[in-house]
Design a protein around this ligand. Structure first.
Ligand code: GLN
Length: 497
């Protein structure tokens, strides 16, 4: 058990906070109060939370203190992305079309977190329907990067990443379809984990691209992330794509040594286009792993370069189908003064969806349309298989793959909004894990050099390295990530006043 300084609970890690509450050095009520205060103070400038459930959170904290919330997360406050359904509050996906939508049920992942004793503080801002890499596509305003408010926090789970980075909660939940947990984690200097497709039930996660979407945690460190994964993982009869496999004890193996671990490095993940700090961070990580007894092996992922076009065909095709349900009849928003049905559909959708969502629906509808289906969607599925085959072959040679999470640090607001392709290219190192269904984690790897780059005024911005592992091998992934975190000894805590 950790002896924690409980003077300011919002500075604690999730495990330290949980231990302090369990040891009754701190009440859940006091912890919750401190986080709610902090949200009140900083959310107006950061805009990480769209909705805060203060009364509900206080009531649950009292329950925890009365011994009525048992479990490994008893009394721990968390935040969840606004695309996770709850039978309280609203679930909006940061979209006008769902602005007043109240879900009739709670997502399995959220229910399991609550069953483990967690307290949901509120829902976080995201790119509309999780489409984006900066939260600039949110209909409720963008989230700001706690390291520098002139910069984006990444996306689409930008609110969940920023909430942890700004110490408004010790852990949070997001979703990752093409990088939406790992990329904002890297840009905000926190840990972000995308588990294997099927590891966590998607029941109650509003669908963007069903064959790619996966729920996962954000936290200050790898062990905290492992604890959140542990609470959510496992088969769910309500999601037929959730895997019926045993869930190992992730925290038990997390501190085991990594000597003999084979760390793969792909030449496709090395590029002159990457920020120099990113290149250095990967080289440093590789040296740290080698010094710790790991074996560095070269691997080949020859189809990597097709990841972006493949992802943006598969994801948009699935999105166009999934989003057909928002017709102005169900799920809230309806256009006023319409005379007939088709006008109701088209006006409700025209008014309810933002530009990026409309762009994706059009791209996806085109890729699926007769005459183009074979040339685009079907071909994308075939390339997806080749990308998966690359990883299958690579994991015969290595246990984890090391690379950058992004090409560089956070960018400024507006810098990429006029050019969707540049924005899409931002996902170059993350989308392939979703296409292959494998787990990936982003771990803080330092700050850009404040003095020698365009981030001069920013005082340095966080960057992250990414580790990938074979399907359902989150145990090895977390162990390697934990080792790196300890060896790099990089403090990611950003004091925000
Ligand atoms: N940035 C990617 C996109 O815009 C990934 C989004 C996500 O993972 N939800 O599609």
């Amino acid at each position: 058990m950790t002896t924690a300084n409980t003077a300011d609970p919002t500075q604690l890690t999730l495990v330290a906070l949980r231990d302090a509450i369990t040891a009754k050095q701190l009440s859940a009520a006091e912890a919750t109060r401190c986080y709610l205060d902090r949200i009140e103070r900083h959310n107006p400038s950061i805009n990480a939370f769209h909705e805060v459930y203060a009364d509900r959170a206080r009531a649950r904290a009292d329950h925890a203190d009365a011994g009525k919330l048992a479990g490994p997360l008893a009394g721990v406050p968390i935040a969840i992305k606004d695309n996770l359904c709850t039978d309280w509050g609203r679930t909006t996906c940061s979209s006008r079309i769902l602005e007043n939508f109240r879900a009739p049920y709670t997502a399995t992942a959220v229910r399991r977190l609550e069953d483990a004793g967690a307290i949901v503080l509120g829902k976080t801002v995201m790119d509309e329907f999780a489409m984006g890499s900066s939260t600039e596509n949110s209909a409720v305003g963008p989230t700001r990067n706690p390291w520098n408010p002139a910069y984006v926090p990444g996306g689409s789970s930008g609110g969940s990443a920023a909430a942890v980075a700004a110490n408004m909660c010790p852990g949070s939940i997001g979703s990752d379809t093409g990088g939406s947990i790992r990329q904002p984690a890297a840009l905000c200097g926190v840990v972000g984990l995308k588990p294997t497709y099927g590891r966590i039930s998607r029941y109650g996660l509003v669908a963007f691209a069903s064959s790619l979407d996966q729920i996962g945690p954000f936290a200050h460190n790898v062990t905290d992330a492992a604890l959140l994964l542990q609470a959510m993982a496992g088969h769910d009869p309500l999601d037929s794509t959730s895997a019926n496999l045993p869930v190992p004890d992730y925290t038990e193996q997390i501190d085991q040594p990594i000597d003999g671990l084979r760390v793969g490095i792909a030449k496709q993940f090395v590029s002159d286009a990457n920020h120099p700090a990113m290149t250095q961070a990967v080289e440093r990580a590789s040296a740290l792993f080698r010094d710790a007894g790991a074996e560095i092996v070269s691997i080949d992922l020859p189809h990597t370069k097709y990841g972006i076009p493949t992802y943006y065909l598969v994801a948009t095709a699935e999105a166009s189908s999934n989003l057909a349900r928002y017709d102005g009849v169900r799920y809230g928003r309806r256009a006023e003064g319409v005379r007939e049905l088709v006008e109701l559909y088209s006006r409700s959708r025209a008014e309810g969806f933002g530009d990026e969502v409309k762009r994706r629906i059009m791209l996806g509808t085109y890729a699926l349309s007769s005459g183009y289906y074979d040339a685009y969607y079907l071909r994308a599925l075939k390339v997806r298989r080749l990308i998966k085959n690359d990883f299958d072959a690579a994991f015969k040679q290595c246990d984890v793959i090391l690379g950058p999470t992004t090409t560089g640090p956070a960018f400024r607001f507006g810098e990429k909004t006029d050019d969707p392709l540049t924005m899409y290219l931002n996902d170059i190192y993350t989308v392939n894990a979703n296409l292959a269904g494998i787990p990936g984690i982003s771990v803080p790897a330092g700050l850009t050099d404040a003095a020698s780059s365009s981030e001069a005024q920013a005082g340095g911005l966080p960057i992250g390295i990414q580790l990938l592992a074979a399907p359902f091998d989150e145990g090895t992934l977390l162990r390697a990530a934990r080792q790196f975190e300890q060896l790099a000894a990089f403090s990611t805590r950003k004091a925000l006043g």
